[in-house]
Design a protein around this ligand. Sequence first.
Ligand SMILES: *Cc1c(COP(=O)(O)O)cnc(C)c1O
Length: 217
Amino acid sequence: MSLTDITQQITKAEAKAGRPAGSVKLIAVSKVQPKERVAAVLDQGHRLFGENRVQEASDKWPAFRETYGDIDVHLIGPLQTNKARQAMALFGTIHTLDRPKLANTIARLAQETGNCPGLFIQVNTGEEAQKAGVMSTETDDFVETCRGLDLPVLGLMCIPPIDEEPSLHFALLQKLAARNGLTGLSMGMSSDFASAIALGATHVRVGSAIFGARVAG
Ligand SMILES: *Cc1c(COP(=O)(O)O)cnc(C)c1O
């Protein structure tokens, strides 16, 4: 597969779902990928990327930005409060707002710096003990808390359990977003982005299908 293949598949899925072309943003997930592979995708003109670690992203993207100009990088992995300041300077959007303590820290830093990335609230739709995110039942309250802090909440994000039908989780996330008046849906990865688009995804996070398999580590 390649960037072109994935872009075409997204266009097809948008059309099939009766959604306007270009309504789904493709986040190319570049974590752990060799620099040459990332550069190849930049050379094709793509400018939206996803990383799951603050440190790795801050090692990688300043140099690419010097060469390629403006690049929008989104954080899609867990964020510790002590890295929030660094993350807010580095990422255009954070997809992993998942607890009140982090919300409070981001709100305080936003006040202080006058700048805040767009935010997605991560929902643990599978109620998995090892996974981050607020529980589905706590989502309405947490959205309200974040709005009370004046945080720019764009939508909801989920990572379905690997052994379950993802579309059930996508449908649940869509329902939770709709009832909270949120339009952003960050859902869908290499293996299931088409079904995520059918269920309303606005941001799909695709890594290995674009860059090839990640080297384990
Ligand atoms: C790594 C990762 C992805 C991309 O996964 P692929 O299966 O390679 O497409 C998407 N979302 C999150 C949160 C990830 O950590």
